[in-house]
Design a protein around this ligand. Structure first.
Ligand code: ATP
Length: 323
């Protein structure tokens, strides 16, 4: 292996730059040449390749987003698109790829291996933490902290006025952010996918709580399950309370990565280079119980039961603490 390419794909996540920096410098340390591929699979299809050296990743460790840019590529979903991507790999003599992204990106990398035998190693970088094979993905905890910071600020108003706030956080199919900010932010309830929830019961709780003297509520809604405006409307109608919906949106994806994500990204960037050098071809690196692990792409895109059980436990605790 002489030359590798690095790309970031899917949604950006804080800490992707730290992963790029680590992979570039670890590769150089191991005697490899490194190319950067701009705009994820779009850049791979359209031959958008840049030279990278140790200096091209200076001063990016603390920056959110990704210097390589990222994209969602419709064309890469087609075999024709992947064929073009393969041509770019050949043209630039890339012996392997490091793909920093979420499970969609890993599905794409797996197809590229199956069809054209392009070796790649995935680095889990997504705020959703929805990848099997790593306890945490790069950016997820920074996103939790960003959302929490906003919720703490909203709480100042909540505690000053008689009000219910319904706060929508990111997580299309994953409740990771919703459940963590629910617990850490002292929310009264969390609506998230994969659980049965009954909004009538929630409204009964609110009415009963009010009779006991409770004046304010914070309810977290995961974007995958409902939108804050609809939920707020229903609660307002059923409880006659003043209800305010808040959608935190894309602020959750930005910002400087916290130490946890910088360290995770630095470790995974290193592990990805080592995995390529050790002959892995179609797999993802991750950290499980603080140890480096390699998981085939096919398994990485399945749902992790350990994470589901932990989510359930944390949610139950949130409800106990909300009395
Ligand atoms: P995030 O979790 O932040 O959304 P992701 O990697 O899961 O990240 P996706 O948009 O799902 O984001 O996937 C990124 C890109 O990977 C897609 O735009 C597409 O180009 C490619 N991709 C996803 N699924 C497949 C697939 N089944 N076959 C080929 N390519 C795919």
């Amino acid at each position: 292996m002489k030359r590798i390419g690095i790309l970031t794909s899917g949604g950006d996540a804080p800490g992707m730059n730290a992963a790029i920096r680590s992979a570039v410098r670890c590769a150089i340390h191991s005697g490899l040449e490194v190319k950067g591929i701009m705009r994820g699979y779009e850049g791979l299809i359209h031959n958008e390749i840049i030279d990278m050296n140790a200096r091209s990743v200076s001063n990016i460790l603390s920056r959110g987003g990704t210097i390589l840019k990222t994209a969602r590529s419709e064309e890469f979903m087609t075999e024709g698109g992947r064929k073009k991507a393969f041509e770019t790999v050949k043209k630039n003599s890339l012996d392997g790829l490091i793909v920093i992204g979420g499970n969609g990106s890993f599905r794409g990398a797996h197809e590229l291996w199956k069809e054209f035998k392009v070796p790649s190693i995935g680095v889990p970088g997504t705020i959703d933490n929805d990848v099997f094979g790593s306890d945490y993905t790069i950016g997820a905890y920074t996103a939790v902290n960003t959302a929490l910071d906003a919720i703490d600020k909203i709480r100042d108003t909540v505690t000053s006025m008689e009000r219910i706030y319904v706060i929508e956080v990111m997580g299309r199919e994953e409740p990771f952010i919703a459940i963590r900010v629910g617990l850490a932010g002292g929310a009264e309830d969390v609506l998230f996918p994969y659980t049965e929830y009954n909004i009538d019961d929630m409204c009964d709780d609110i009415t009963a709580g009010r009779k006991k003297g409770k004046i304010s509520w914070i309810i977290i809604v995961s974007e995958g399950v409902a939108n804050a405006y609809d939920v707020a409307e229903i609660i307002k109608e059923k409880t006659q309370f003043s209800v305010r919906p808040v959608v935190l949106g894309h602020i959750q994806r930005g910002g400087s990565p916290e130490a946890f994500d910088r360290i995770l990204a630095s470790r995974l960037g290193h592990d990805a280079v080592q995995a390529l050098l050790n002959g892995y071809r179609d797999a993802m690196v991750g950290i499980i119980r603080d140890e480096s692990k390699i998981t085939p792409y096919e398994k990485a895109t399945t749902r992790d039961k350990r994470k589901v059980l932990l989510d359930e436990k944390l949610y139950k605790l949130t409800r106990i603490l909300a009395i």
